[in-house]
Design a protein around this ligand. Sequence first.
Ligand code: ATP
Length: 291
Amino acid sequence: MNFIKVRAHGKINLGLDIVRKREDGYHDVRMIMQTVGIFDGISINRRPSKSSEITVSTNLKFLPTDGNNLAVKAARVLMDEFNITDNIDISIKKMIPVSAGMAGGSADCAAIFRGLNKMYDLGLTNEDLKKRGVRLGADVPYCIEEGTFLSEGIGDILTMLPPMPDCGIILVKPHVNISTKFVYEHMNVGAIKKHPDIDGMVGALLKGDIYGITNRMSNVMELFTAAEYPVIEEIKAKLMDLGALNSIMSGSGSTVFAIFDDPERCKNAYNVMKQSGLGRQVYITEPYNII
Ligand code: ATP
């Protein structure tokens, strides 16, 4: 095949704990990851050639279109390893908020891996792709899997969990961008006194207990970001007023999400948040699991 379309889904963190800072500078984490319905639409086109060039175009002017685009980095890994000399044109319709704690770049990497694996019949398993993906980013192995997972280590030790029960999800990305690297560099891990009940949340997922899940939603990175970016607390408070079961920041932010058990309240919250001006991007979505 000369052309393929793939979807790169975003994620939220239902729970995020930092266990410790390691000697190598990375952090050991315990996170509950959930894929959501929002995705980047990616198309890959191959043109016979001997020069192995990669072009990328996107609907967002500020994203890099050179070798710094994570989709290009991912394509380069497989093209180099498998001596693919065709030219590859990648087009990304970016819907996942950028620098927003939703693993948009990692999702694009994973989608490019899946797409090229199929296009060139490389026969790589998910395990093969995950080994290559972790070198591009700690969330890439999870994005290759997609679904509901407990993520440990630096994000590369994954345990599959039952899908989150049906619910409505509102995502609000405020006008601030937050770099994951910046938050990790400024987080004082010693200052974390209350750790999220990740094991309790795993138990609630196993039981399919939506309230057991939402009651335990917590993200230790808010310790740092709430003080720096007051809009995050403002959005959370508004979503709670609108009837959310709970609302927290996803990953290192700045996206805030809220879970609803009532579809009407969820729709109303979406409309109110869209008009509030608090979000640059506001989405209504749901958990995404391939079953
Ligand atoms: P995470 O949740 O994994 O921490 P994030 O949401 O904080 O991710 P991304 O949206 O993945 O961050 O983007 C981080 C940086 O990567 C941005 O500075 C962006 O310009 C750059 N970038 C390069 N390629 C891409 C891409 N294909 N999609 C998104 N960002 C990209």
